[in-house]
Structures are given as structure tokens and as C-alpha cells.
Design a protein around this ligand. Sequence first.
Ligand code: PMP
Length: 392
Amino acid sequence: MEIYCDNAATTAIDPEVIQAILPYLTSNYGNPSSGHWAGRKVKEAIAAARQTVANLIGASAEEIFFMSGATEANNLALTGAIKANDISHVITSKIEHKAVLQRLALHEKAGDIEISYVKLDDFGNVDLRHLENLLDANPQTLISLMHGNNEIGNITDITAIGELAKRYNAVFHTDTTQTMGKITYNVGESNIDFLVGSAHKFHGPKGVGFLYINKRNKIRPIIVGGGQEKGQRGGTENVAGIVGLAKALEVAYKSRAVVQNHVSVLKRYFISNLDDLTIGGITFNGESRSATKGLGNIVSVAFPCLSSGSLVKQLDILGIAVSGGSACSNLADGGSHVISTIYRNPDKEIVRFSFSKFNTLEEIDYIIKSIIRIYQSDRLIEATQELEQTAL
Ligand code: PMP
């Protein structure tokens, strides 16, 4: 049995998206910059995709820039805005994605900016009063605060932050990678200057994303040459990816209510089953237990007595794919900066379960049974070791 519960890392491509992409991998292979019929066909497809994305999030087409994903979009938004607007101060939080934190750290090291980190409460929520104090003390600021946290699922109140940004004349970038397609946007009526999307997080293809730049903003490009994307991102377009991204977002918006209801049923069922287990000491991280303050599809759990690496490995052996440690890079960078920031305990063991429309209640039953099985066998091993030691 194979169960995929790592949908915050990436998702399966929707069959409708595959159908939409296929012609751009076969017959429609022209370069969109070419002036002939083959080029025109794909140029039109990109323009249609741009218009689709713009319509869905309440933007205009000239505010949408396609790129390789949210990592690139975040990097461009931050560097582009800092350079174009002579920004010398940035407010962010210590639980942002590394694409944001590392880009800002490079600017800090180069002496371009100073960084203030907004205070977080015990669940990892932004302290809005502290944010306002920081804005009051620092004119010409760029705020970079994510919408949905990829590890613990916390949802940030970006409407309130947008209002503060407007009041204090700050530029507002928000990493919306985990919420795009799950929560609706009307950027035309918000005070957001930059937001991002990565297609593979909403059942689209990998290696394609977009950056929304509110037309009142200027940026400086990082990748130049070729003049594509109105000079903001050079390089021949990933045509199939762009078509797939637009289709995936369209499908996500169309089925949003049903899908969000489905994943939250799965989440509630999973949590109540974990609550019923006789294994003591299971806790939930951030707002991942909450139905309103956390994303509907993410549950981050701290299990007692078992390292997350060991639990993830044992679940994998039983056919269940989940994340541990730093949820996206999966232990590659030695633990979770999000968890160690909030709990000041780098050793806290976490496992992230993230659901999608393709998961079922039967799969949750299997996951729960597997957790029980792992604990039983682990207890058995421990008990055996204790027996051996007393016999020596
Ligand atoms: N931001 C967040 C919040 C994410 O979860 C991710 C993906 N882990 C990214 C940015 C980067 O996305 P991508 O790898 O698709 O560029």
C-alpha cells in the first residue's frame, strides 16, 4: 500500500492539468519569441494563462510574471524591491521559508539592509502590536511575512498586515506558496505588493510559478537577457509549465469549497484518532490543531520517545510518505528552524502530515494503525533491551 501524505512538499498533478499540458509537449513546440505561426501559437497560450491567473486572484495580466517557482519569485520580489526602492530596513519573522530568510541574510551581510524580526506568540502567530511598533520606528520598510506556514500550517492575518503596511507606507511581500489555490485572493482590493505561487503545490507541474507585482511597484530583475516577462525575468518560457499552472489554479478555484471541506474532514478525523490513542504525550505544533487558525491540510505532530527521523523512516517502510524535521528539505539541514524558534527546543521531534483531495478516510485509518504498530514494536524493542540489561 502506498499512501502519499506530504502534499505541503508537493502534490500529484491533476489529470485535467495533464490534458491541458500535452499539446505543448507535442505539437505546439514553438518558441514564444518567434514571429512565425509556431511562435504565435504558444505566445497566445502564455497570454491566456497570464489572463487566467490574473482573473483568479483579482489582478491584471500585466501584474503576473511567470518564473520557475516560489523560491525564485520570493528571491526576485525581495531583491528586486530592495534595489529598486532603496529599502534599508526589512521586517520579517524567524519562521519564514528559507527562500526568504537566506535572501534577506545575503542583503544584510552586504550591508544593504537591517532586519527586524517581529515577535511571535507561543503558537507562532505574528504579534501585530509589535509589528506596528517596528513600522512606527522604521520608515521606508519592506515587510515580508508569509501567509501559510509550510511546517505548522499557521495562517497569518495578511489583511491586517496589509492595512498596517498602507498606514505606515511600507512595501508588503507575502509568501503565499502554501495558501495559493486554497484561500482566495482579491489583490486588486488588498494592500499586498508582492505575492507568489508555485504550481506543484496546487496539483500543477513542478518548476513553474509566478510572482504578482502590484503595478504601483518597481523592481529590478535578477535574471536578464532575452527580455522575456517584460524584461523582469529573462529566459525562454516554460510554456507547458505555464499552461499547466493556469489550468491547475483554475481547477483549484473551481473545486475549492469541496476540496477544503474534504481535507478538513480528514484532518479532524486524523486528530481525533490521535487523541484516542493510548500513547501519552502526543502534542500538536503551532496552530496545526486549529480548524480556523491553521491550514486545513497540515497537521504537525510531536511524538514522544521516537525521533522524527526514525518515525518517518518506519512509516515509509509501511508505505506512508510524510515529512520530518525541516519539513520541505526533510532533515537535510539538521532540524526545523520553525520549531526551534517557537519552542526554543531544537530536539523536539516533529512529523508533518499534509493531506490533499486525493487522500481518503481509509488511508487515515491505515496511518493510525501503522503508528500503533510502530509504537508497539518500539515498545517491544525497548522492553527487550531492558530485559537484556537486567539479565547481564
Ligand atoms: N515558500 C514556501 C512557504 C514553501 O512551502 C515553498 C516550498 N517548500 C517555497 C516557498 C518554495 O517553493 P518552490 O520549491 O516550488 O520554489
